[in-house]
Write a protein that binds this ligand. Sequence first.
Ligand SMILES: *[C@@H]1O[C@H](CO)[C@@H](O)[C@H](O)[C@H]1NC(C)=O
Ligand SMILES: *[C@@H]1O[C@H](CO)[C@@H](O)[C@H](O)[C@H]1NC(C)=O
Ligand SMILES: *[C@@H]1O[C@H](CO)[C@@H](O)[C@H](O)[C@H]1NC(C)=O
Ligand SMILES: *[C@@H]1O[C@H](CO)[C@@H](O)[C@H](O)[C@H]1NC(C)=O
Ligand SMILES: *[C@@H]1O[C@H](CO)[C@@H](O)[C@H](O)[C@H]1NC(C)=O
Ligand SMILES: *[C@@H]1O[C@H](CO)[C@@H](O)[C@H](O)[C@H]1NC(C)=O
Length: 821
Amino acid sequence: MLLFPLFSFIVLSSSHTLVSDAHSFPLRHRDQTLTAWNGQQAITAVDAYADTHFTPYYVPSGSVSIDDADPLVQYSPDGVWGKARHQDLVDKTMHMASQAGARVDFTFAGIGMSIPESLRELTFVEGIEWFGSLTAKHGIVGVYINDTLQSKVDAYHPTWLKRQRLFGLDHLPLGTHRFSIVNTGKKRRASGGTFFDVDAFVVNPGTSTTAVRKLGLLSALLAPHRQQEQEMPQAPNYNATAQVATRWSLSTEGETGVHAMQLSIISATQAIVIDKVEHNPLTIRGHPAWGALYDLRTNKARPLDLHSNSFCAGGSFLSNGSLVNVGGNPVVVDSTGAADFGDINGLQAVRLFHPDLCDVNGKGQGCDIIESPRTLRLASPRWYNTVMRLDDGSAMIIGGSLRGGWMNNATTNNPTFEFYPPKNIHGFNGLPIPSQFLADTLNSNLFPIAFLLTDGRVFLAANRDAMIYDWKTNVEYRLPQLPNNVRVTYPMTATAVLLPLSPQNNYLPAILICGGSNVDDQRPGYEIDSQEAASAQCIRMDLSEEGIRHGWEVDQMPEPRVMPDAVLLPTGAVVIINGGATGIAGYGNVKHQVGFSNADNPVLTPVLYNPTAAIGSRFSSAGMPTSDIPRLYHSVATLVPDGRVLITGSNPNLDRTTTRYPTEYRVEWLSPMWMRDSASRPTASASITTLPFGSEFALTIDLKGGDAKRIKVALMDLGFITHSLHMNSRLVYLEYTEQQTTNTTVSLAVKSPPHSAIYPPGPGWIYLVVGDKWSEAIRVLVGDGSSPPSDPDALENMLNHSTISKGSPAVTQSGEGAESI
Ligand SMILES: *[C@@H]1O[C@H](CO)[C@@H](O)[C@H](O)[C@H]1NC(C)=O
Ligand SMILES: *[C@@H]1O[C@H](CO)[C@@H](O)[C@H](O)[C@H]1NC(C)=O
Ligand SMILES: *[C@@H]1O[C@H](CO)[C@@H](O)[C@H](O)[C@H]1NC(C)=O
Ligand SMILES: *[C@@H]1O[C@H](CO)[C@@H](O)[C@H](O)[C@H]1NC(C)=O
Ligand SMILES: *[C@@H]1O[C@H](CO)[C@@H](O)[C@H](O)[C@H]1NC(C)=O
Ligand SMILES: *[C@@H]1O[C@H](CO)[C@@H](O)[C@H](O)[C@H]1NC(C)=O
């Protein structure tokens, strides 16, 4: 290795510091590494949030780091490469060159190929990341795999940022891949040079079932799965022949860039994705992002700059179309350090987002998360809280834990309700209102299941219990206990839907809760096993006097599932998807964890629930494809405006991980086959943007050959999805009369929901259903679009009586079961 004379500022030998000619190399970076911020510091720090010195270099559990000095990395041509040393570099060294054509080649292979010595510990290699610097003298390079250009990377930044993730690619096919970086010799005008450098590569092992299958390793890797299958309780009354099978297709397209722990559709083209603080590939201001907007058409993600740790927050739209994301986790100091991320305590965070300020591409001034803990926060800390929109358009914030942890208990429980914006009701003037139900339902009562009922009261289920809460009178009405000891809330997570409301049955609300676990929540984690069967039980109850007297009706899914997702379709059918057949939610707590996962045996085939079929014949997986991507803890699924179902997430890990079960960014799309044939897909249009209660609007539809007698108009809230909860998910069928019919088109006069307890004011999507097919959706704002009621006095009183998470300093977290204080 020659030392190129230009690198006068580089000291090859000694020293921890890069000795530099300040004029030729920028060292003006702010190197004041931030101490781990806690809640108090957050108050002052958040407004002074600066472009700090973040170092996203990270080797996920399961991956291997290859230093720039490794013999596997080849530099050419001779004579143009220099080496630099600095204590902040990976292994303290990097290679750099400024000449056009200077190139780095790194060849890596999957199993069955010749795996080089330094990669032997990996099963097989599927991904690569390049880490290096950004400086004021860096230029533009091309990144290639097998000599095919993947991307151009501009490594310019006015200050020197080290250990930056400059490129990454995962899910490569099995084979030998040559990864190359070639200097274009070009630069942006501001740059003082055309350098680029290599600090390290990180290679990621493969986990794809397809690849494993190809290699004949399936039996070895899935051995526990196989054994377990035999013990799986079989659903006795599963009747797959009862439904006419629609064929569905499943495709994998797009990556969310930040792991999708939470997801909500914010417009016809964008979804918001919210994660916890961790080493996601998508970065913003040089540090990994933990929020993003995902484009549903282009499958590209744009990072959002969240400030607080949003780990396990809840969310809801308000009546004016803004989204609130509420609660979270303290700063975690050891693994996802605040020094790297600059995050602040999120336990009392209220994060606001205004979708209307975003254009179709998810950009625009104000199209960002707003955090301002001084004026915008919760009255009390909440981790794993549910958020639900009320009939007055405000958000009710339900339960949760006072600090991060795992299984809830009396010390950590926050058995209260509060509201955003704060209300002065029942004498609490903006402060939390105690709930006996949330105190009585310990231990596994986090992320309570909640739905607004059509009389304005609230259905709640937690652990093995359910109730109706009248928030206007502060009275709880207990409902029959859930049958057969099945627990339905975190970490025994089930999923739930409010079945479609329709004028035909006078909007009678019926609740469906599926999956969960009957593992005893008094047992310590170390006695619970990842191989204990989950529950296949689905229970349903009409919330009429008669229905409650009749009690819960018990049905069985074809397979047990913990952490499933229930996605309502415009037809009223429910897709039940994701989850595991054994274990419970969370990571790092139980016996026989798989990697860190508390659950195992992913259920890979969705099942459709037909609510109008007779009990015993409601479930069918006929025509449903099987995925090869496990979707365990922290997975999501939702209907999107164009009518497909989006599935993503899974991350039963403390930080990004590449072994089983990995942090999963890939997006899958589930859609009925008929959707491909646009000539036979019904369409609908209407010139409305707001939909006042008790009003009427014209919907022009094209049946595309469908049966005019089988029309339904579905108004849907697609919800805010996290931890198997689809907060606010709702389907209301609207009344209509046929106005005018030609050979192909029909004009309908459609009535909006009669009042705000049928559909709480806020965003909605109208799908036209003709027979078994549905159109793309039309976006409306139901109600008059005004902001929810706000009470300045209650807000002031709340701010006077709450400080930002004083009792919740930064935590050391080794798993979700870790201590928070
Ligand atoms: C690169 O080429 C090899 C064969 O030379 C092939 O096995 C491998 O799949 C290729 N990689 C990509 C990403 O196409
Ligand atoms: C399944 O459903 C079909 C149609 O409803 C019915 O004829 C058949 O008897 C059912 N089979 C079982 C095993 O319940
Ligand atoms: C309650 O949970 C917290 C957090 O997981 C834990 O530190 C504490 O020991 C638990 N308390 C009891 C009484 O189990
Ligand atoms: C619709 O019906 C009218 C009158 O019956 C007829 O003249 C016309 O051709 C039809 N149009 C189509 C597209 O079938
Ligand atoms: C909606 O209401 C909330 C609560 O009052 C407020 O913070 C937010 O700014 C409002 N959004 C819009 C777009 O007015
Ligand atoms: C909040 O505190 C300020 C300063 O102590 C006081 O002037 C104000 O009256 C308080 N407001 C309420 C609603 O208690």
